[in-house]
Design a protein around this ligand. Structure first.
Ligand code: SAM
Length: 472
C-alpha cells in the first residue's frame, strides 16, 4: 500500500506504485497534451510529482525534450544563478564489514590496503585540504562498528573543525557514513555537521538485498528509513542519492522522487541535496558486470528531470565524472561539485605508494582545485566556497524560505563573491587570481540591492587587507 506519509520503507517507496508509475510513463511518453500540461506545471517552479516526472523522463519527442532541457537550464539559473559550490571528500577509514558487490571496500576484498587515519593523520590531511583552499568537506567511512565507531567519527569532526592553519578553516563538514541510530544522528548534529548524506544505492528491494548480500547494510528497511531517523535526531539537511548503473534508471528515478516526497510529507522539508553517482571501475570492481549502466545522454536527461521536479534541492556531481560530462550537467542543474579530490584514505597529505592503494574508485576528473576553479570561471560560473547558510542557522526549511523570498541574489551571490575573493587571495595561482578578480568586478553589478553592493565592496577591500570570514 503506497503511503508517502508512512514511516515504513516499503510503504513510502512502494514497489507496486513504482511499477504503476513506470507503466503510466510508458503509456504516455508520446502523449503531447499531457506532456505539455506537465511542462506548464514545471514552469511554475513548484516541482512535479514522481508520476509527472516519470512521464517527462520517458518522453521520446525531440521538441519536447528540448523544452525540458531548456526549462532545466532556466530553473538552474533562476534558483542557483551561476554559482557553483565547491567541496572535497575526506576518506577517514576504509575498514568495512559489509559485502556491497559494487564497492571495493567490501569485507571479502583482501588485496585493498586497509587504512584508518589517526587524529594526527587527519590533521595533516585537513591542512593539505586547507592549503588547496577547501572550506567544505564530505567525510566518508566504511561501516565497521569496531574500527569506525561513532566516537571515532565525532572525534574526527572535532579535530577537523579545530584546525586553523594560516588563513585556512573547514567551515562545514558534511558526513556520508552508514545508516545509524537516532541517538547517533543526534550526536552528529551536536558535533555540528552540515548535511547527512546517505546514498540509497538502489530503491529496488530485491536488487538491494542481492547487491548487499552480507553485513548490516543488507537490511533494506533500516537503510531506507535512515533519513527519517536522521531528521528525528535533529539533522534537517539530508542528502539523497542512488548509484546509477545498479538497477533500471527509471525505477531509481521514481524511487528517488518518492523519497523526496516522503521527506516533504513527513518532515515538511525535502532533501537538501541529491547526488547522482554512477558506478566506476575500482579495485576488485568491474562496472561492466552491472547491466544497467547509463550513457551520457540518458544521464543528462535524468539530471534535467530532477532539476525541474525538485527545484529547491541542490544537486551534486563528484569527480567520478570527467570534465566534459561535468560541464554539460552544470548547465542542466548541478549546483555543487568536488575538485582536486582523492578517494584514498590519506591521499591528500602525500600520494599513496602504488602497492598500498586504498582508493574507493578511479576519479575521472583529476585536475587540481585551482584548475577546476579557473575552468569554472572561464565557463562563466562563480566557484563559491560559501558555508554561510548552515552557520547562520539557515538549514532545512529556513534555507527554502530564503529561496522563496527571492533573496538569493542579495545573499548567496555576495557570499559567493566574498569567499571566492578569499580563495583568490590565499590559494589561487596568478592566472586564476587575475581571472577571478575580473569576474568579481563584473559580478558586483549583479547584486540588486545597492546597500548590499556597497557593503560587499567594502568587505572585498578588507579581505585584500587580510580580514577573513565575512558573510550575510
Ligand atoms: N559506507 C557508507 C554507506 O554505507 O553508505 C558510505 C560511504 S561510501 C564511502 C560512499 C558511496 O560511494 C557509496 O554510498 C556508494 O554509492 C559509492 N560507491 C561505492 N562503490 C562505488 C564504485 N565502484 N563506483 C562509484 N561509486 C561507488
Amino acid at each position: 500500500m503506497y503511503d508517502p506519509k508512512s514511516l515504513k520503507a516499503e510503504e513510502f517507496i512502494n514497489h507496486e506504485e513504482i511499477l504503476e508509475t513506470l507503466a503510466y510513463a510508458e503509456k504516455n511518453k508520446s502523449n503531447v497534451e499531457l506532456i505539455d500540461k506537465i511542462i506548464a506545471k514545471a514552469k511554475k517552479r513548484k516541482g512535479l510529482t514522481h508520476r509527472e516526472a516519470a512521464v517527462l523522463l520517458d518522453c521520446d519527442i525531440k521538441e519536447k525534450n528540448d523544452e525540458i532541457f531548456a526549462l532545466a537550464e532556466q530553473i538552474k539559473k533562476d534558483f542557483y544563478g551561476n554559482r557553483i559550490v565547491m567541496f572535497a571528500p575526506l576518506y577517514l577509514s576504509n575498514y568495512c564489514i559489509n559485502g556491497c558487490v559494487y564497492c571495493p571496500y567490501h569485507l571479502k576484498n583482501k588485496h585493498i590496503a586497509r587504512k584508518k587515519l589517526t587524529q594526527e593523520e587527519i590533521k595533516r590531511e585537513v591542512i593539505a585540504l586547507q592549503d588547496m583552499g577547501h572550506k567544505r568537506l564530505a567525510l566518508e567511512t566504511g561501516e565497521d562498528p569496531q574500527n569506525n565507531p561513532i566516537e571515532y567519527v565525532l572525534e574526527s569532526i572535532k579535530t577537523i573543525y579545530g584546525i586553523k592553519h594560516k588563513n585556512g578553516a573547514i567551515r562545514r563538514v558534511n558526513v556520508n557514513i552508514a545508516a545509524t541510530t537516532v541517538e547517533n544522528y543526534r550526536k552528529l548534529k551536536e558535533a555540528g555537521i552540515g548535511t547527512y548524506i546517505l546514498f540509497q544505492e538502489t530503491y529496488h528491494k530485491g536488487s538491494y538485498e542481492k547487491l548487499h548480500p552480507t553485513g548490516p547494510k543488507h537490511n533494506y528497511a533500516y537503510h531506507t528509513e535512515a533519513m527519517d531517523r536522521a531528521m528525528e535526531g535533529g539533522i534537517d539537511d539530508v542528502g539523497l542519492g542512488v548509484l546509477f548503473g545498479l538497477e533500471l534508471y527509471r525505477y531509481e528515478f521514481a524511487g528517488l522522487l518518492m523519497h523526496a516526497e516522503h521527506l516533504e510529507a513527513v518532515h515538511g522539508v525535502g532533501p537538501h541535496t541529491i547526488s547522482v553517482p554512477r558506478v566506476k571501475k575500482a579495485d576488485d570492481i568491474d562496472p561492466s558486470t552491472f547491466d544497467n549502466g547509463i550513457d551520457d545522454n540518458t544521464f543528462a536527461k535524468i539530471v534535467a528531470c530532477i532539476r525541474i521536479s525538485v527545484p529547491y534541492t541542490g544537486m551534486i556531481i563528484s569527480t567520478r565524472e570527467n570534465a566534459k560530462c561535468r560541464e554539460r550537467l552544470l548547465h542542466l542543474g548541478i549546483s555543487q561539485i568536488s575538485g582536486g579530490s582523492k578517494t584514498s584514505v590519506g591521499g591528500y597529505a602525500e600520494p599513496e605508494p602504488e602497492d598500498e592503494c586504498s582508493e574507493q574508485f578511479d576519479v575521472s576528473d583529476s585536475r587540481t582545485l585551482d584548475q577546476v576553479v579557473a575552468w569554472l570561471m572561464e565557463k562563466g560560473y562563480i566557484p563559491s566556497f560559501c558555508t554561510a547558510c548552515y552557520r547562520e542557522g539557515r538549514t532545512g526549511d529556513r534555507f527554502m524560505s530564503l529561496c522563496k523570498a527571492g533573496q538569493i541574489q542579495n545573499c548567496c551571490h555576495p557570499n559567493a563573491l566574498m569567499t571566492l575573493k578569499e580563495y583568490l587571495e590565499d590559494y589561487a595561482s596568478p592566472e586564476t587570481r587575475k581571472l577571478g578578480d575580473a569576474l568579481i568586478i563584473k559580478e558586483l553589478d549583479n547584486i540588486p540591492n545597492e546597500k548590499v553592493r556597497q557593503i560587499v565592496q567594502e568587505r572585498l577591500g578588507k579581505i585584500e587587507a587580510g580580514e577573513r570570514d565575512f558573510r550575510f
